[in-house]
Design a protein around this ligand. Structure first.
Ligand code: ATP
Ligand code: MG
Length: 323
């Protein structure tokens, strides 16, 4: 059984990515799972090439530092030739209507005006289908926002198999047990996001301890002064309790009992986060300072993922009458 998950280098990794995704992958994953840095997906909106390269490296280091086995990781663009080929086959099995229906396209293109949006933003769900189908993944854990894309991958796999011949595993979307959505400390109405330009409420994995403490201390709470876990009425406070709970392995309600002031709680959240992130940050720094180790992990991952997909791609090309 192969599960496939990815993280996009659209910005620096934050504690939401860590507590909600990467830490779980490292703790709860099994040996057949694959994790990749989806740098090609970060090109669908304006981006900076050098920054993309650096962030892809950083995210690869984060995956390793979090304890994911080096033989389970790869960087998407290292497979660009195979993925490019497979994406074309799948685009030729995908209708314009199917691609244009994707709500994420509508959301993201809406902001830029649809005619100005990159064609890549329209077609990237097909690239995502190629990511999944090339590796023969059975399961793709996703949040609500990506479910539709996995549906598309299923539809394309089925269509290709029935039109040209059986070659692809039809993947299923699995919804992981609810992970707390870490909210932006400065704006608890929204989740912490990598691609947010305003970073005051986002705690990055690589932030130094002073910065973590400063951001936590400035976290928006409320003026009710009630130290209880009530996510609807007190979202900022609930977010702090959830973060502390995630770091200590307790329930948010349980951690709330130990405090009599917001300031004390913030101190404890800062302490817990700093300790939680310290080993990861040190290991990421170590990996980024020693390019050879990270380069070797990356190169080996590229070879493994390429080999894994090559027979499937060859069969698909042959069945499609090309190559
Ligand atoms: P972007 O702003 O580019 O969408 P992101 O921070 O939402 O970035 P993704 O690359 O979209 O990060 O998601 C990577 C993983 O991190 C996914 O599994 C996603 O569910 C998880 N994740 C992202 N943000 C949070 C958050 N605030 N809390 C918990 N999990 C999160
Ligand atoms: Mg996201």
């Amino acid at each position: 059984m192969t599960r496939l998950s990815a993280i996009t280098p659209s910005g620096h990794a934050h504690v939401g990515n860590y507590l909600g995704a990467v830490r779980r992958w490292a703790r709860e994953g099994s040996a057949g799972d694959l994790y990749f840095v989806s740098d090609l997906h970060a090109m669908t909106t304006p981006y900076h090439p050098q920054r993309l390269r650096a962030r892809a490296r950083e995210l690869l280091a984060v995956l390793i530092a979090a304890g994911i086995e080096p033989d389970q990781v790869f960087v998407q663009s290292d497979l660009i030739r195979q993925l490019g080929a497979l994406t074309w086959l799948l685009e030729c099995a995908c209708s314009f209507g199917e691609a244009a229906r994707m709500t994420q396209f509508k959301d993201k293109a809406g902001a830029e005006g649809r005619t100005a949006a990159r064609v890549g933003l329209l077609t990237y769900p097909v690239l995502m289908a190629a990511d999944i189908l090339l590796q023969g993944a059975d399961e793709v854990p996703v949040g609500d926002d990506q479910e539709q894309h996995v549906e598309l991958a299923r539809a394309l796999a089925r269509r290709f198999n029935s039109t040209y011949g059986e070659v692809f595993v039809v993947p299923s979307a699995v919804t992981p047990a609810a992970a707390a959505r870490v909210r932006d400390l400065a704006d608890p109405a929204r989740k912490m996001d990598k691609s947010r330009s305003d970073a005051v409420g986002v705690v990055y994995i690589l932030d130094d301890p002073d910065m973590v403490r400063r951001k936590v201390k400035r976290a928006v709470t409320d003026s009710l002064g009630r130290l209880e876990y009530r996510p609807d009425e007190q979202p900022g406070l609930a977010n702090l309790l959830e973060i502390l709970a995630a770091c200590t392995g307790k329930a948010p309600r349980e951690v709330a009992d130990g405090f009599d002031s917001y300031d004390r709680l913030k101190e404890a959240v800062a302490d817990a986060l700093i300790e939680e992130l310290r080993p990861i940050r040190d290991r990421v720094r170590g990996l980024l300072d020693d390019p050879l180790e990270l380069d070797n992990i990356r190169a080996a991952g590229a070879v493994r993922a390429t080999e894994r997909g090559s027979h499937r791609l060859e069969s698909a090309l042959r069945l499609a009458g090309v190559g």
